[in-house]
Design a protein around this ligand. Structure first.
Ligand SMILES: [Zn+2]
Length: 143
């Protein structure tokens, strides 16, 4: 991960503008870079998961770029429906008890299904972080 993007993430994360799991970071990064090309001064309002897919809210002063930027955002929101929110592997959006999420089988088995068992969940999380490090999606294990 390059320093510029790390800094961007750090500041937006701290201000709670980004609320989703790490698997979508590569998607967010690519979208952010393409948005900068259209308007270097655009602002992120919020990035989060909703109904299992990415939601990316932004503002721009460049009225002539707005439609194009909106289109780009839609494109990436659609892409997120095929990418595990936890690890970035290929995945499909699934619904369970009315809860929608885009998660791969591996993360579903080792992370999601262990969410009520703190010990198992910690193991699943450690496994996930190792995967994210191996794929260079994160530089270090978050505190
Ligand atoms: Zn996954």
């Amino acid at each position: 991960m390059d320093r510029h993007f790390s800094k961007f993430l750090e500041s937006n994360w701290q201000r709670h503008h980004i609320e989703c799991h790490y698997g979508w970071l590569p998607l967010i990064r690519e979208l952010h870079e393409r948005m900068l090309e259209l308007d270097p001064k655009y602002q992120i309002q919020q990035v989060k998961e909703k109904f299992g897919v990415l939601r990316f809210y932004f503002s721009t002063q460049k009225k002539d770029s707005f439609a194009k930027m909106n289109e780009l955002v839609s494109e990436y929101e659609s892409k997120s429906g095929h990418m595990c929110e936890w690890c970035g592997d290929p995945a499909e959006t699934r619904t369970e008890n009315g809860w929608m999420r885009t998660i791969c089988d591996d993360c579903n088995e080792h992370v999601w299904s262990n969410r009520h068992d703190i010990k198992l969940w910690k193991e699943g999380e450690a496994r996930l972080f190792q995967k994210l490090l191996d794929k260079k999606i994160i530089d270090s294990v978050p505190e």
